[in-house]
Design a protein around this ligand. Structure first.
Ligand SMILES: [Cu+2]
Length: 133
C-alpha cells in the first residue's frame, strides 16, 4: 500500500517536472518574441495572421498590418494569470476571457487604411494596437 502511494507520488512529480520542462522550453523557443520589431504578421491561406501575446500586458504593443485584408488576430497566452487575459476590443464588439494558456483566434474583417484597432485589458491598464496601412 505504502509503496503504491510512493510510486503514484513519483509518477505525479515526474509528470510535473516533464510538463515544466516542456513549458519552459516552448517558452524559450523564440527569445525575440517580446521585441516589438519581431515579425508577428504573416500571410496564411489568403488571410493575414497577427499574433499578439498576452501576459502582464500585450506584446508587441504596436503591430502593422495590411488594410483591406481579412485578418485573424491570434491572442497567445502562456500561464497568463493577470488581467491581460480579460481582453476587450471595442471596435469589434469583442470582450472575452482568454484561457490561461492557449491561442484564441479572433476574426477581424478587412479594415480600411489608417485604422488603428485597439485592444485592452478589461480595466484599460494594458493595451495594444494594430495599425492597418
Ligand atoms: Cu488590467
Amino acid at each position: 500500500m505504502e509503496s503504491n502511494k510512493l510510486v503514484a507520488l513519483v509518477v505525479i512529480i515526474g509528470g510535473l517536472l516533464i510538463g515544466g520542462v516542456v513549458l519552459f522550453s516552448s517558452g524559450n523557443e523564440d527569445p525575440t518574441k517580446n521585441v516589438a520589431s519581431v515579425e508577428n504578421v504573416v500571410e496564411e491561406a489568403g488571410k493575414q495572421v497577427v499574433t499578439v501575446s498576452a501576459k502582464g500586458g500585450y506584446s508587441p504593443r504596436v503591430s502593422k498590418a495590411k488594410a483591406d485584408t481579412p485578418t485573424i488576430l491570434k491572442m497567445e497566452t502562456k500561464a497568463t494569470f493577470d488581467c491581460s487575459s480579460a481582453l476587450s476590443i471595442p471596435a469589434l464588439g469583442y470582450q472575452g476571457n482568454l484561457p490561461p494558456t492557449g491561442v484564441t483566434e479572433i476574426e477581424v474583417p478587412p479594415q480600411i487604411a489608417g485604422t488603428k484597432l485597439r485592444g485592452s485589458c478589461g480595466m484599460g491598464m494594458y493595451s495594444f494596437e494594430i495599425d492597418f496601412i
